[in-house]
Design a protein around this ligand. Sequence first.
Ligand code: PQ2
Ligand code: NAD
Length: 215
Amino acid sequence: MPVFPMFVDLKGKRCVVVGGGNVAARKIEALMAFGPAITVVSPNAVNEIVQLADMRQIDLLLREYREDDLSEAFVAIAASDDEAVNESVYNSCVKRGIMVNTVDDPEKCTFIFPAIVRRGDLVVGVSTSGRYPSMSKKVRQHVGASIPPYWGEAVDLLEPFRVRAKEEIKNEEKRKRALREIMDEALSCYEKYERQQLLLRLERIFEGYADYEND
Ligand SMILES: C[C@@]1(CC(=O)O)C2=NC(=C\c3[nH]c(c(CCC(=O)O)c3CC(=O)O)Cc3[nH]c(c(CC(=O)O)c3CCC(=O)O)/C=C3\N/C(=C\2)[C@@H](CCC(=O)O)[C@]3(C)CC(=O)O)/[C@H]1CCC(=O)O
Ligand SMILES: NC(=O)c1ccc[n+]([C@@H]2O[C@H](COP(=O)([O-])OP(=O)(O)OC[C@H]3O[C@@H](n4cnc5c(N)ncnc54)[C@H](O)[C@@H]3O)[C@@H](O)[C@H]2O)c1
């Protein structure tokens, strides 16, 4: 059965990582862009994790995992190299209703990591439902190559038009057309024009659709 791609708000949420090896470091790196409050519990940790702790970007507890480490957790990652520890983290999370990822056992995951393409707030997640991670990586590379970096900035530029459109273009079909046309113009012209000029072009399209213009 395929997994459903839920997009979760992690900002400020406690994320407990058990284990401080390379796999933990990779999972942490993936999470960091989404603003969780990360705690790593592990008797030792690779340099990348130690550095993040030194910069106070994550909390690092240099000791073995205990069940009460999960008390504040929103999500947990069992990334130790000890199967019994990972299993114990998994069981405690299930009991407490905490989402958990066990890095060496897809059966013991209530969520799995996707391969991620991110351009600002534009996020693409790829999964093979746990069946072939290398293929997720390949698809990520393909998709990534077809999404220019500025598409993320375009979201920032476009969103205010959508906010206004909800107020100023009441007809749903007309609003959809307007938003598509404004988006297509922004994406095709983004690199051709200065920001102010581009905004003017988008504004002109918007005004062609806005209710007050046609009243
Ligand atoms: C997408 C990505 C995200 C990330 O890790 O952030 C990710 N794995 C990536 C790469 C990768 N992982 C592995 C290889 C070596 C080749 C191979 O073994 O196939 C490569 C390829 C490489 O490194 O080139 C080894 C591996 N992975 C898992 C196991 C355990 C097992 O399957 O039993 C083992 C064996 C461990 C061992 O040998 O002991 C399990 C999982 N890995 C997942 C995610 C979840 C399912 C994703 C999906 O649905 O596709 C899942 C189920 C759980 C999870 O970890 O969430 C990231 C690509 C990121 C990118 O490049 O963008
Ligand atoms: N999901 C994936 O993408 C993927 C990819 C490769 C490997 N793996 C699997 O992930 C696991 C971790 O890999 P790694 O390379 O990071 O291993 P590693 O040996 O580098 O790191 C394991 C970490 O777990 C810590 N640890 C051990 N006992 C602990 C305890 N009781 N409490 C807290 N921490 C404890 C160790 O101190 C160490 O920091 C391995 O089992 C490996 O098979 C998963």
